[in-house]
Design a protein around this ligand. Structure first.
Ligand code: HEM
Length: 147
């Protein structure tokens, strides 16, 4: 997939994940699935844990998309230092965010951790947004010759 569309898909899925996270927080569903990494009935969804389960499944997809975007930006011949830095930072942030998500559950929605979870989410979104803008810019460049 062309790097700009990969980055854009990552941005859209990440935005949806943050929307779901906000919904969980506002509707008090944060501890409906009290275990990590799976809900009490295992990998399969159930009506009881559905929103939390969706948040985790979409988070895993965002993880894969962010890492794939970083790999694409590292191997793209037109990539400059900026896109390499923003996509690598996004990868570090997504790993931190998923780990923090587990802690948010373990520590029963501690207010400081939930706030940090929101803060890192915004930082991650900014890095993916910048990566997307840089990806559209490098996609317009002519391919560099090998010699
Ligand atoms: C890329 C990964 C993730 C992103 C970007 C993300 C983003 C968010 C956002 C923006 C919120 C709303 C916070 C608020 O309104 O204060 C949220 C809530 C939440 N997230 Fe995540 N999240 C991610 C991964 C995870 C994971 C892996 C878990 C683990 C179970 C998790 C558990 C939660 C919980 C329990 C809440 C609700 C907290 C509450 O009830 O106040 N998140 N998430």
């Amino acid at each position: 997939m062309a790097i700009q569309y990969l980055a854009l898909s990552t941005l859209v899925v990440l935005y949806s994940l943050m929307f779901i996270g906000g919904y969980i927080s506002a509707s008090g569903l944060g501890l409906t699935c009290p275990e990590w990494p799976q809900c009490p009935n295992g990998f399969m969804p159930s009506a009881e844990y559905f929103v939390e389960w969706t948040h985790r499944l979409v988070a895993a997809s965002v993880g894969v998309l962010v890492i794939s975007t970083m790999v694409a930006s590292l191997i793209n011949k037109n990539s400059d230092m900026k896109i390499k830095i923003t996509s690598s930072l996004a990868t570090a942030l997504v790993i931190t965010q998923i780990t923090l998500g587990a802690l948010v559950i373990d520590l029963k929605l501690h207010a400081v951790l939930v706030s940090v979870h929101l803060g890192i989410g915004i930082f991650l979104f900014s890095m993916v947004l910048l990566t997307t803008l840089f990806a559209f810019r490098i996609a317009k460049m002519p391919i560099k010759p090998k010699i």
